[in-house]
Design a protein around this ligand. Structure first.
Ligand code: MV4
Length: 498
């Protein structure tokens, strides 16, 4: 095992990885920017190094600086977390050249999956179902129009270098095709420096279902569990669950085996995720995420497998300690991403000081967070405060635990999206497991959020309101009660009950 690992990330995921390191007796090195001087993760680490100013371009994206710190501190491996440098093939390559293990797949694999056209082509060759379309870059409009005609409208134009929802557009008719093509090409050029686009059939109202995979360097590849990630807004996932409520055991096995086939065909090593679109019993490969994802925790909850730990073991050349048939899904888990953002103001970020904080606990609750009471959430990075996950023997139990945990969560000082989660959890279609990527709009969730927010102005609807809202009145009442109790105690000879 490594003696020392550098974590090239911040916040909760830096802590998540350091937790795995601690359990494996690996020393940890944190790197942090100006804005993160007072964050929890540099304090949690065994060593912490300042790497630059707050903007990530000058700190968390500074490859050479991070590698220099790794070398100076004697770290043998770098874990990139998610975001930042985690899917950057240049960084993976630079680590290798510096004699440091990049804890993730090879630079070549990251690069291959970065091109959506190449990924499509490879999956077709491997026999993994893809959305009907063309695995060919569009070269001229007339040829593209013919392709669109033969696929049948609506079609989707996608940037080959895109992913995660940037650089794509639905086209409903021939008349809009040319202007959409030109606009996506220009978005692709400015966002990715590559104007290459391709087209696919547009799958309407699909579900987003992804499969976690693990692959070691001995040729063993397994699928760990599936996750349903349909509850998202503008490609930002907000709530996920494992397993997907729509898959039968047979379809789960079929999709899981397709995910393994996808991984094996590209020589994948370490943890990864194969994303699929699901519609009416059919599934289509979408992309491979070559990193540990935000929502990995729910897979851990339903399988008992520590994915971060397995990543470290795989990177050291260890063989997976289980086979496919050993992996069992037990119960059901949800993740709510608790963000400092205002769902009633277009989800605008709400950075600032957390003046009171108390996280939920009790049966079936897991919290991954990098904040504490008094911490100031900086405006430079994403607005996630905590990942709140619950586990239950059944989906219903996991839902009621999530509602209970959200009731308990006290976060004062910044606006959070807790009411959004409460609105989703009370929605009938959601409770039925009736989800699509358009769930929020189709179910008028924002209207429901307004009602939740209004309701929570009333005392007692959340633990926060009990503890904080009427703090003066509560304090006065508490003082009066204790004065009364003390007086009663003095007057009576009865023994105090314990
Ligand atoms: C699609 C699609 C429908 N048809 N491709 C969005 C993210 C990127 N990975 C691909 N995405 C989609 N590709 C075809 N041919 C619908 C989406 C999509 C989506 C996918 C997953 C999760 C949320 C989504 C929200 C809107 C659109």
């Amino acid at each position: 095992m490594f003696k020392k690992v550098l974590i090239a990330n911040r916040g909760e995921i830096a802590i998540r990885i350091m937790r795995a390191c601690r359990e494996l007796d690996v020393s940890t090195v944190a790197v942090y920017s100006d804005a993160d001087k007072n964050a929890l993760f540099p304090k949690y680490a065994d060593e912490a190094y300042h790497i630059g100013p707050s903007p990530s371009s000058q700190s968390y994206l500074n490859m050479d600086k991070i590698i220099e710190v790794a070398k100076e501190s004697g770290a043998e491996g770098i874990h990139p977390g998610y975001g930042f440098l985690s899917e950057n093939p240049v960084f993976a390559k630079k680590c290798k050249a510096a004699g440091i293990v990049f804890i993730g797949p090879s630079s070549e694999v990251i690069e291959k999956m970065g091109s959506k056209i190449a990924a499509r082509k490879l999956m077709i060759e491997a026999g993994v179902p893809v959305v009907p379309g063309y695995d060919k870059a569009i070269e001229d409009v007339d040829e593209a129009l013919e392709m669109a005609d033969s696929i049948g409208y609506p079609v989707m134009i996608k940037a080959s270098a895109g992913g995660g929802g940037i650089g794509m557009k639905v086209v409903y008719s021939k008349d809009d095709f040319k202007s959409s093509l030109v606009s996506i090409q220009s978005v692709a050029q400015s966002a990715f420096g590559d104007p290459t686009v391709f087209i696919e059939k547009y799958v309407e109202e699909p579900r987003h279902i992804e499969f976690q995979i693990l692959a070691d360097s001995h040729g063993n590849t397994v699928y760990v569990s599936d996750r349903e990630c349909s509850i998202q807004r503008r490609h930002q996932k907000l709530m996920e669950e494992a397993p997907s409520p729509v898959l039968s055991p047979e379809l789960r096995k079929k999709m899981g085996e397709a995910a393994v086939k996808a991984a094996k065909s590209i020589g994948y090593e370490n943890a990864g995720t194969v994303e699929f679109l699901y519609s009416k019993g059919d599934f289509y490969f979408l992309e491979v995420n070559t990193r540990l994802q935000v929502e990995h925790c729910i897979t851990e909850l339903v399988t008992g497998i520590d994915l971060a730990k397995q990543q470290l073991l795989i990177a050291c050349g260890k063989e997976l300690p289980f086979k496919q048939e050993d992996i069992k899904i037990t119960g059901h888990a949800f993740e709510c991403r608790i963000n400092a953002e205002d769902p009633l103001n277009d989800f605008a970020p709400s950075p600032g000081k957390i003046t009171r904080y108390r996280s939920p606990g009790g049966p079936g609750v897991r919290i991954d967070s990098g904040v504490y009471m008094g911490y100031v959430i900086p405006p430079f990075y994403d607005s996630m405060v905590a990942k709140l996950c619950t586990w239950g023997e059944t989906r219903e139990e996991a839902i009621s635990r999530m509602k209970r945990a959200l009731y308990e969560f006290v976060i004062v000082g910044v606006t959070t999206n807790i009411p959004f989660h409460e609105a989703v959890l009370s929605n009938e279609a959601f409770v039925r497991g009736d989800l699509t990527t358009h769930f929020i709009e189709d179910n008028n969730i924002l209207e429901a959020v307004k009602e939740v927010v209004e309701h929570e102005k009333g005392k007692g609807s959340t633990l926060a309101s009990v503890l904080v809202n009427n703090s003066r009145k509560t304090a006065a009442a508490t003082a009066a009660v204790s004065a009364y109790v003390n007086a009663a105690k003095q007057q009576s000879n009865c023994q105090q009950t314990k």
